[in-house]
Design a protein around this ligand. Structure first.
Ligand code: MLT
Length: 400
């Protein structure tokens, strides 16, 4: 007899975005003539930027030759990409990160999910509510005790420090799903808390490129002492159009320590390296060359244009919703717009009405956690035409 990991039975039946996809597929089948506008899952519409495409083509040709062929690559990522990351994402911001503190991967979702492997089951985990479901689900799968930190309009979507001691803390800023941010001083409180309590912060920085305002940290390592307590996750998905290509990286500074039950210090970088070598054979050479090209002058320019484009959509959506009478958050330093659903309606009721009456797909706030109830998320990753059309449709209805 093979026994299952019973923690899986504690999960919701289906992953949030799969549930939505199923609902939308059913609606489409029953209403084939309706033009649905998808502003649900944060998948990009802009294709892979030309600089990356060119680098990929070149790499494809290269591996077709005897001299250029690449077999298994370094599990942690090729030196050329790790170097480019260190130089562009950190050094140019005045942050010292070493190449062997970078681990290139096939996505921040996988990294955020896999990282739990190196932590003991009995760590107490703090997770904001609402939250990107991956942090929560993967910790439920591993059977950890969870402390929820509510983030609502009442606290300006800024989580308060946990009252009791926690060992692992997930933070994502600019935030998914609320689109809100923490200022440097606010993030510093978390770094100080983690230093005092010997906790680890798992900092998801996937939306950093969307920051437009001053004094919002682009990396947690801008905060003094963060290298002692934080792991950072970064992604190429939403910037260069890599949601399907898959490439990201995680930073684990060498001074970051975990502890054995007996109190012995252990390097988390070494543990993650050991795990990576055992369970992963690295991201393909072709994809890593494409990721490297995000740092070329053309790549940087093209990505900047993408971000501008999505932020313009965010503005259209935010303004449109406000004109339609909704209370709206996010959308300034983020591709996500978080709105209050009309009084007396649940998030899922709003989802159904939006889908059925105006054929727009969004994401119900309660899907991100109980404190997301009464809220709803739209993404700016659609086309400009669809963002405008969606707002016109919403303004024409009486769903409010
Ligand atoms: C989202 O819609 O929250 C994201 O696109 C999901 C992801 O990045 O995995």
């Amino acid at each position: 007899m093979s026994y299952i990991n019973e923690n899986f039975l504690e999960l919701q039946d289906s992953y949030l975005f799969s549930t939505i996809a199923k609902k939308v597929a059913k609606f489409t089948e029953e209403n084939p003539d309706k033009k649905i506008i998808k502003l649900g899952i944060g998948d990009v519409t802009k294709p892979i930027v030309p600089a990356c495409l060119e680098a990929m083509h070149k790499a494809v040709n290269e591996i077709g030759t005897a001299e250029g062929f690449k077999g298994y690559g370094p599990e942690q990522g090729y030196d050329f990409l790790r170097k480019a990351i260190v130089e562009n994402d950190y050094k140019q911001r005045g942050i010292e990160i070493e190449e062997d503190e970078i681990f290139v991967s096939d996505g921040a979702k996988c990294d955020c999910g896999n990282i739990v492997d190196i932590f003991a089951k009995d760590n107490k985990v703090a997770i904001t509510d609402p939250v990107y479901p991956v942090y929560l689900d993967t910790n439920i799968m591993s059977g950890r005790e969870i402390t929820y930190l509510p983030v609502t309009a009442e606290n300006n979507f800024k989580p308060e420090l946990p009252k009791e001691k926690v060992d692992m803390i997930y933070l994502c800023f600019p935030n998914n799903p609320t689109g809100t941010v923490l200022e440097k001083e606010e993030l510093k409180k978390w770094v100080d808390y983690a230093r005092e309590n010997k906790s680890i912060i798992l900092y998801d920085s996937a939306y950093e490129a969307f920051i437009t305002e001053e004094n919002i940290p682009h990396s947690i390592y801008e905060i003094e002492g963060a290298k002692e307590v934080a792991i950072e996750f970064k992604s190429y998905s939403k910037t260069a159009g890599f949601t399907g290509v898959r490439c990201a990286y995680v930073v684990i500074p060498k001074q970051l320590k975990g502890y054995t039950k007996a109190g012995k210090e252990v390097s988390l970088n070494q543990l993650w390296n050991r795990r990576t070598c055992t369970k992963f054979n690295g991201v393909s050479y072709i994809v890593q060359r494409a990721a490297e090209a995000t740092y070329s002058p053309e790549g940087k320019k093209q990505i900047e244009e993408n971000i501008k484009f999505y932020l313009e959509n965010a503005k259209i959506i935010k303004q449109g919703l406000e004109e339609a009478g909704f209370t709206v958050y996010g959308g300034v330093n983020s591709p996500y717009i978080w709105l209050k659903v009309p009084e007396g309606m649940t998030s899922w009721e709003f989802f159904d009405r939006l889908l059925e009456e105006v054929n727009i797909v969004g994401t119900p706030g309660s899907g991100f956690g109980p404190h997301g109830e009464g809220y709803f998320r739209l993404t700016a990753f659609g086309t400009k035409e669809n963002s405008i059309e969606a707002m016109n449709r919403i303004k024409r209805t009486n769903i409010r």
